[in-house]
Design a protein around this ligand. Sequence first.
Ligand code: WTA
Length: 633
Amino acid sequence: MSNKINSFEEYLSEYKKSVEDPESFWASKAEDFEWMKPWDKVLEWNFKEPKIEWFINGKLNITQNCLDRHLHSRGDQVAILWEPNDPKDNAISFTYSELYEQVCKTANMLKNNGAKKGDRICIYMPMIPELAIAVLACARIGAIHSVVFAGFSAKALADRIQDCDCNIVLTSDGAYRGAKSIALKKIVDDSLVTCPMIDTVIVLKRTGEPVTMEEGRDVWWHDEMKECSSDCTPTEMDAEDELFILYTSGSTGKPKGVVHTTGGYMVYTEYSFKNVFQYNEGDIYWCTADIGWITGHSYIIYGPLLSGATTLMFEGVPTWPDAGRFWDIVEKHNVNIFYTAPTAIRALQACGDEFVNGRDMNSLRVLGTVGEPINEEAWTWYNEKVGNKNCPIVDTWWQTETGGILISPLAGHTPLKPSYATLPLPGVQPLLVDNEGKEIEGNGVEGNLCMKFPWPSIIRTTYGDHERCRQTYFSTYENLYFTGDGCKRDENGLYRITGRVDDVINVSGHRLGTAEIEDAIDEYDNVVETAVVGYPHAIKGQGVYAYVICHSPDVDHDLMRQEILSKVTEIIGPIAKPDKIQFVTGLPKTRSGKIMRRILRKIAEGETDKLGDITTLLDPSVVEEIKSGALSN
Ligand code: WTA
């Protein structure tokens, strides 16, 4: 496989080249793809506006590179291997030829329903093959996909549809999730009450449950596909044409639509996929993420398919029918590379070793994690019980905004250190700064993690609001991309991500803004004000701790807790539900009215003796009250 690094020495020399001459470095990677027209210039950038352009004036279609390019050499190889929710149902596979046909047909179905280049298409679907096919079908015709995780509520879905002004929604009647089935179409119907911009809803039959079809708006997927041809010429896209929008939470306000473009994203996801995981021809690769998150976009769909890999997609959950489901799938499909999140590892570890023992997992060669820092205990269990001490663990650090993995070992080459993401990939130039933006040099140090040079899949803008992109990522420190993460660099120069330094929390690997949850709770009538912080949680990594002031303090607190939970579920989705709600009569505020979250965080962490200076508070006595009512961990 070309451009694959084969040793640590080679990594070091590639890294050196990538920093000394980034343009030639990335041009040499991009040459492996099919371009309809070559680029004129590799890179133009400034982090001030910001303006970042890769492969300027290059023309291409990413699906031509995911599919058509492989037809000759690997048409009969499995591209997508799908394992359904219920282990009693059969797995289904699509070869590259079959996937190509399905994508072309679906692309034609979208066209027949009025979709054009540049349109935004919202995809709200379960983890079934048609979800991946729909994503690629959008890319085939140059429509911009905006996948919304199917666990989000009607309100959250409506916000996302409105923000990028979608005209089509792709969904299914329902979704299976373990023992449950979820009425997805009903959620779409509820959200569309406030989304007049949607002309068409295309509904796939998955669960067969009854749904309401609105005349003139809703059509059945299988009807629409009937007459579609399996020829669809890929639409010519500029390298900087938008490929997709994916919403993610930040410190303030509503989730932002992170925009990724075509050429750079293609080059980087392929390069990072095959190097981090050291994919070999014929390997079965399985990433357990949902396609509703960036990990699913980059490392279930694009990276693997661009590399000609076999990518496994799983519809179900890790604990149904029992906590051995992941390992059954590894055994059944002889999975070689397995990529999951620390929260899943901790949850399965807590269920007991008997679910891992007894399964033949000798096929495994590489293990990966993503989404949050992995604690040493989980790392050790993963290494010993799942990997049989035989598989390198790649702890991959990256973000929705980075498009691809930036800091990670290359499996089998980079020396490992538990809970360290270790070293930057070629082309990635991290640096640590103090709170004033001054670079912290040397090793054995800690600071705020920034990047000083663009890589091809860096965020280009936040949809419809470029200023927000500038402010959030490029204004904290001059001429740097700021990640929002804290980071240590050890004596040997290895990086360890310590977690967010802003008001973003990471609950079971799901990124949530504390402000977003506060806003949802504040919607509840009896609430005056709320402050939300994260606290350490044994399985979820972080839990959600909400301090709530109500209008009438003598209400039934248990009832109110229940109602707050339903409010959050209604506005965001079940993933954002607070784990703990403490009712208080006041919040610690400075004289200028700012909530001192540092204090609330310490109390939530149970470190009430380490509150630091509280004399600057408007009313220091509230702290005593909050401390005495704190909910224990
Ligand atoms: C965190 C997920 C430690 C981090 C791909 C980052 C991690 C945020 C790791 C992005 C890791 C992700 N070690 N922390 N290996 N990977 N994070 O946008 O705080 O959902 O900023 O992207 O997850 O979350 P997002």
